[in-house]
Design a protein around this ligand. Structure first.
Ligand SMILES: *Cc1c(COP(=O)(O)O)cnc(C)c1O
Length: 460
């Protein structure tokens, strides 16, 4: 296949699985862009606000269902943290702006960014059923949905999903906590501990040979035959995407609290790990709608699974998979191992995304270690993908040229760079220390500091 929308050397780089940096020629400088005719999705800020309001309506119930949410009275949020030492370790000077991390790897209950979208979709489904049955009104106390008639109602219904792991985890945990029958279709590359953990929670796990796409297709087909089954469709769901987009509101508040301004003189750069595209597109959508065109979102993909990049440069009407370019879709970043992008996410990003870059697995492990050593962040490989972004943008000729063309160069000292870390909380210690070991080898610190992971993984 050929990619006429892009220089030939880009296709060569993608095929050879070399780290690539691409800028979106269709990026719009207008804010917001939801009213333009180019966006076929017709989603706008009101949809994001509705998702946020829904999560708010359920907060009381969630605090009842999950003890770990009592302290936050049911809010599922992560901190925005300044990371000056990590910034230095990544070779970024203060003249480049400030490096911050949005720590979704620590989101409670689900342990990944999937808590945002996945929980929202299950709750939206539960709310629709409960409203229909007259068990609640919008605005009444949803804690009644934790008992009696509501539980009996949910028990008649099934929620199903196809997943490499983290989405299954979030859907499975929330659906079973509400009393739904939960079925998770998993691909062969899903990690065993994720499977086991779900089964312990009473979730039915169906294993499929083949990749993520096969698991989703199998789940979708099985669910289509059951009218009492709601299938969470990672490749097509607006509810998932809007759940992710609601992250823009608390992030805006956190930026304000920290005195980080976002405007023409103070650009914000956000680096988001991308699988099928729903999570990063939802967040980028929310941020652009809420904060405007001075937010620049970049997606990060493994060099073997650059499905979103492929979709963005593909001729219109095409829906390519990474296999068509001779890539393997094999990566230790299991949350990002997706061969074909979500068309919904791609449509939404057509004018809102600034660019995409790709990362080798070796780099993921090295950045996983730097995040541990210099910011005490315990993340999984997928969640490390964003850390290459600032260096790639600021330290390459192509990046400098793009920044100049966008009029951003002179504002870099005032800029904020947010790397979004997307998973890791539930990663078992054994798996995590293997990741750390591999990263240390890559950094050339093999034996030297072998004991350090133990120290830094103790709770602070
Ligand atoms: C799912 C996932 C992503 C990306 O989300 P998509 O919606 O698939 O693009 C990123 N990081 C982690 C850890 C994930 O589990």
């Amino acid at each position: 296949m050929t990619l006429p929308a892009s220089p030939a050397h880009l296709e060569g780089q993608i095929r050879q699985a070399r780290p690539t940096l691409w800028f979106n020629p269709d990026l719009s400088r207008q804010a917001p862009t939801s009213s333009t005719a180019h966006d076929p999705t017709r989603l706008d800020l009101s949809d994001t606000l509705a998702a946020a309001a829904r999560l708010g309506r359920f907060a009381g119930l969630l605090a009842d269902l999950f003890p770990e949410l009592r302290a936050s009275t049911g809010a599922i949020e992560s901190d925005l943290v300044a990371t000056p030492r990590l910034q230095a370790a990544l070779g970024l000077s203060r003249e480049h702006g400030e490096l911050w991390v949005k720590t979704d790897h620590s989101l409670p209950v689900a342990g990944s960014i999937k808590a945002r979208g996945g929980f929202h979709e299950v709750l939206q489904h539960a709310e629709a059923l409960a409203l229909q049955a007259g068990l609640v009104d919008i605005g009444s106390d949803y804690r009644v949905l934790g008992h009696g008639a509501a539980r009996a109602l949910f028990a008649q219904h099934q929620v199903a999903v196809g997943s490499t792991g983290n989405l299954g985890m979030s859907i499975g945990v929330m659906a079973s906590a509400l009393g739904f029958k939960a079925v998770v279709h998993m691909s062969a590359d899903a990690k065993a501990w994720k499977r086991d953990r779900l089964r312990q929670r009473g979730v039915e796990v169906v294993e499929h040979l083949g990749d993520y796409e096969k698991a989703v297709a199998a789940g979708r087909a099985q669910a289509a035959g059951n009218p009492l089954c709601h299938f969470v469709d990672d490749e097509r769901s607006e509810s998932l995407l809007l759940g992710y987009s609601a992250a823009a509101l608390p992030l805006q508040a956190q930026l304000r609290e920290q005195g980080r301004v976002v405007d023409a003189e103070h650009p914000l750069f956000v680096y988001l790990p991308c699988g099928v595209g729903g999570a990063p597109a939802g967040i980028a959508f929310g941020l652009r709608e809420r904060l405007g065109p001075h937010v620049h979102c970049f997606f990060a993909e493994p060099v073997q699974s650059p499905c979103f990049l492929l979709q963005m440069v593909a001729p219109s009407g095409k829906h390519p998979s990474v296999y068509e370019l001779g890539l393997s879709n094999q990566t230790e970043a299991d949350g990002l191992a997706v061969p074909r992008a979500s068309l919904l996410a791609a449509a939404l990003m057509r004018q809102r995304l600034s660019g995409v870059f790709t990362v080798t697995d070796d780099t993921l492990f090295e950045h996983l270690v730097l995040a541990l050593d210099h910011a005490d962040l315990r993340i999984e490989p997928s969640a490390a993908a964003g850390f290459s972004g600032p260096g790639r943008l600021l330290g390459s000729t192509a990046g400098q040229a793009w920044l100049a063309q966008q009029g951003l160069l002179e504002h870099l000292p005032n800029s904020t760079h947010i790397v979004w870390t997307t998973g890791g909380l539930l990663l078992p210690e054994m798996d995590y220390s293997r990741c750390v070991q591999r990263g240390r080898l890559g950094l050339g610190q093999g034996q030297l500091q072998a004991g350090r992971s133990v120290r830094a993984t103790q709770p602070a």
